[in-house]
Design a protein around this ligand. Structure first.
Ligand code: ADP
Ligand code: MG
Length: 244
């Protein structure tokens, strides 16, 4: 059949009177990397939060690996566990070390034995280059290190889809590269990903397709070269000119 990991059909979401998502349709194939760009307030974070099941929406359907995501469904929590979300501001547990942060979901959600969880967490900290920081608390880590721990924590759950919400926009410029390297490695391993980003060079390099959102709608969507070379809409053109 089709190999879509994610299918969003006619999604509508409002906050009170404010229409934030307006007829969003999006397909993401297995192994595809989609970069979502667009001005602040256009609904990018809300879209990711809807996919991860953190927001209710009025209308529309989200299918994940062919299963419709529905809150009342018995499988809902299980399906949501397969979707990793990395936030702009890391959201690490401040009272836990790097290692404990990465282990947490394995122990509390997946009910894994502590020893096994620790093994997995250590291998993931190694993967993001932070094995030697395993016993540090978040307050003693740089922004880039915190974000890499946050990525390791998301990966610990064995996600089939990773969502990144401006993962580098809270970082000092010199720390951006180390986080992008980790995301680039994931792309190389074939992880399916949606990345909201303002790093246009990075989007161009690793994304298979670009989605441009404006005022709650997907204004354009297409291959990276098409969008950057020949944006069809004036607003996309203006946005790209401003940001690059
Ligand atoms: P983006 O990530 O593209 O900057 P957001 O999805 O964060 O956009 O926000 C889209 C719109 O929804 C904005 O106008 C924002 O103020 C509004 N919004 C986001 N979250 C909430 C909320 N919890 N309550 C009310 N309004 C919200
Ligand atoms: Mg946002």
């Amino acid at each position: 059949m089709n190999n879509a990991v994610l299918e969003i059909k006619r999604l509508y979401k409002s906050f009170g009177k404010l229409k934030v998502l307006n007829d969003i349709n999006l397909n993401v194939k297995k192994g595809e990397v989609v970069a979502v760009i667009g001005p602040s307030g256009s609904g990018k974070s809300t879209l990711l939060r809807c996919i991860k099941g953190l927001e209710r929406y009025e209308k529309g359907e989200i299918y994940f690996n062919g299963c419709k995501l529905m809150e009342k469904d018995r499988n809902f929590r299980k399906l949501q566990q397969d979707i990793g979300l990395v936030f702009q501001h890391f959201n690490l547990f401040p009272h836990m070390t790097a290692l404990q942060n990465v282990m947490e979901g394995l122990v509390t959600v997946k009910r894994m034995d502590k020893k096994d969880a620790e093994k997995i967490a250590l291998s993931l900290l190694k993967k993001v280059g932070l094995e030697e920081k395993k016993d540090e608390y978040p307050s003693r880590l740089s922004g880039g290190q915190k974000q890499r721990v946050a990525i390791a924590r998301a990966l610990a759950m064995g996600p089939k889809l990773m969502l990144f919400d401006e993962p580098t926009s809270a970082l000092d410029p010199e720390l951006v590269g180390e986080v992008l390297n980790v995301i680039r490695d994931l792309a190389g391993e074939g992880m399916t990903m949606i990345i909201v980003t303002h790093e246009m060079g990075f989007a161009k390099e690793i994304a298979d397709s670009i989605v441009f959102m404006d005022k709650g709608v997907i204004l354009e969507q297409g291959k990276v070269e098409e969008i950057f070379k020949n944006p069809r809409h004036e607003r996309t053109k203006m946005f790209l000119e401003k940001i690059i």
